[in-house]
Design a protein around this ligand. Sequence first.
Ligand code: PLP
Length: 398
Amino acid sequence: SLSLSKKAMNLKPSATLAVGALAKEMKREGKPVISFSQGEPDFTSPRAVLEAGHDAINKGYTHYTPSNGIAELREAVCAYYKKHFGLEYAANDVLVGAGAKPVLYCALAAILDDGDEVVVPAPAWVSYVEQIRLCGGKEVLVECGDTGNVPTLERLKAAITPKTKCILLNSPNNPTGAVYNAETMKGIAQLALDHDLIIINDEIYERLVYGDAKFSEIVALCPAVKDRTIIVNGVSKAFAMTGWRIGYALGPSKYIKAMGSIQGHLTSNACSIAQYAALGGLKDADDVDVEVMRKAFSARRELVFSLLDKIPGISYTRPDGAFYVLIDLKGLLGKTHNGVALADDAAFCSDLLKSKYVAVTPGSAFFADGTMRIAYANSEDDIREGLRRFAEYVAEIK
Ligand code: PLP
């Protein structure tokens, strides 16, 4: 038969990439689009990154690298985790790949058999569920939209069955920006120990935490889970290196080795030039550049709050991290805008883009029906103008 596989047919294209692509296309057509859709810092990568990338090209580092990444970069990742969290990992227990996204896929592929269940707090990043399914697993979503976007231990526990293999965490969270505190992290770690589960901890937003909130590193807080935890991180967000495509994992040798074998058959290795650029970033951009960008995000976050708080009919839980705000639209759905029925979040976001050229992502893409996500990783001017148009749009709803 010429049919697609069931896996391919069941796959939903990435909604964030789709909205982002549509917004870019409208921009190319000359429409004054302001995009809050993609989780991508507007900053150019730090100078140290650019220079290290140039240097790698000029030196002719244009060959295959070891499949798990160049040793210098794996060592730099270890040094980073030692410096920030006091954790000791050997360079061989690090896998470098073409972004946190494929590294996460390798982790799931390395641990899941058909029918295995993965507990995921929801709202959740779109790709988790699709990747779990591609790997033969089944997601078990644990709702936390009504508990401040932080999962309760009771609900997590209730979601565990004999088929549960893993719990997949993401704090600071995409799409809610929620940051789990130390107590929550310790509780989840204990749950994993009690039920013999693997933890995959997606720490990609670990540097982007604001105000009094603190990032809680689960292995540092609870060393007993070190031999069951795969940490996933990367340079895309904190180092403004989305386009270079470098992510990594740290974890027990058993898992990292298997993930490396999978990657070896998939991509061989991440781009050699990008690996050197990431090395330059970890070595020379960590102390100043990352903090300068974090402070800028922090100011934008305050600006976003001040503007959103003036808009009636919407609500949101104030996020402590990442660069997202998940906005509850339920008070506006079921109404109309210039005759267009706003039946659900998808209709709302599509009409908002068409009528005000403001791109946001519908919350249903994150298992948060009736909401929309804005990413405030763009300039303050864009934030002001985009949210002015959003306020205008909301005021026109009848
Ligand atoms: N994890 C989360 C929660 C994300 O939001 C993203 C990016 O959007 C990633 C992982 C992947 O980042 P990258 O593949 O660019 O390293």
